[in-house]
Design a protein around this ligand. Structure first.
Ligand SMILES: [Fe+2]
Ligand SMILES: [Fe+2]
Length: 286
């Protein structure tokens, strides 16, 4: 671990520390009570990361980031170029034993492939975290990863480290503190402004090309309060409820497919070249 690894505004050693936290939090067979206990004893870096996220994720912040990134004006890239770009997000981990970002993506998609998941889902598995490149555009960790939630309405008690919302300035906007906030009852999850991060960004990049099931997996894969805890049903439509099973199916692979075996990129590349060409144009706007 190098001395410069943990900057004050970058409390995680690397983005994977958040993924590891999730995996521990949702270890299979864990009760809701154990889930709470885990939070209280979480590593200080993770707790600090959530404090920053919950205190800064306001409606104004989200609208600003949506305007900046959802216009997709960061240039054209192929999927491989985007993956290589994400791979430049090097942390100070040991390159011989730790997996690169591309290897992590391949582990997710290859686990789906072994289980005979549909081809569009395997593609979704490979691309789902490409939005983490937001870090390389200079976004802070708290604005890239973390559990997501809608802004502009009352925060669910099922959001992890809920207590850190006490210092979020939206606490003082009366409308944002009501059950429905700026939304209509059962308006549908797609109409919500979700806390900004890698999920929403990659969903916007892929929106013109992929089916709803895939876009729900991308856009809501970190929306744990909804897909793991059943929160925000009062904002859902029947479509959202029918998509939930796909998001849950995806989540199994996102949480539990990480291992230490390095996938052989050279051997796998032709399969993925075909897969990308089947669903996506050669280059995409990012
Ligand atoms: Fe993710
Ligand atoms: Fe992931």
């Amino acid at each position: 671990m190098s001395a410069s690894a943990v900057l004050p505004n970058q409390p995680l050693h690397d983005l994977d520390e958040w993924d590891d936290f999730l995996e521990g939090r949702y270890k299979e067979g864990k009760s809701e009570e154990e889930f709470r206990v885990y939070d209280a004893t979480a590593t200080p870096g993770v707790a600090e990361f959530y404090r920053q996220n919950h205190e800064n994720m306001t409606v104004d912040y989200v609208l600003g980031k949506e305007a900046e990134y959802f216009s997709l004006s960061k240039g054209q890239k192929t999927i491989w170029e985007a993956a290589d770009f994400l791979n430049t997000l090097v942390d100070d981990s040991d390159p011989d034993t730790d997996l690169t970002q591309i290897e992590h993506l391949l582990q997710t998609s290859e686990a789906m492939r072994r289980d005979d998941c549909p081809r569009w889902m395997i593609l979704t598995g490979f691309i789902h975290d490409l939005g983490k490149c937001l870090c390389l555009y200079g976004e802070p960790q708290w604005g890239v990863v973390g559990d997501t939630f809608p802004v502009g309405c009352a925060w669910s008690k099922d959001i992890v480290f809920h207590e850190y919302f006490a210092k979020n300035p939206d606490r003082n906007v009366r409308e944002y503190q009501t059950k429905y906030g700026i939304y209509e009852p059962n308006c549908g999850l797609e109409k919500l402004h979700m806390s900004f991060g890698h999920d929403g960004y990659i969903a916007e990049v892929m929106k013109p090309y992929l089916r709803d099931e895939s876009l729900y997996m991308l856009r809501f894969h970190s929306f744990y309060p909804w897909h793991k805890h059943g929160a925000y049903d009062h904002l859902c439509t029947d479509k959202d409820r029918s998509m939930l099973e796909w998001v849950l199916k995806f989540n199994q692979y996102d949480l539990y497919s990480k291992g230490h075996t390095k996938p052989d990129l050279a051997e796998l590349k032709p399969y993925y070249d075909d897969l990308f060409a089947e669903f996506l144009p050669p280059t995409l706007a990012w």
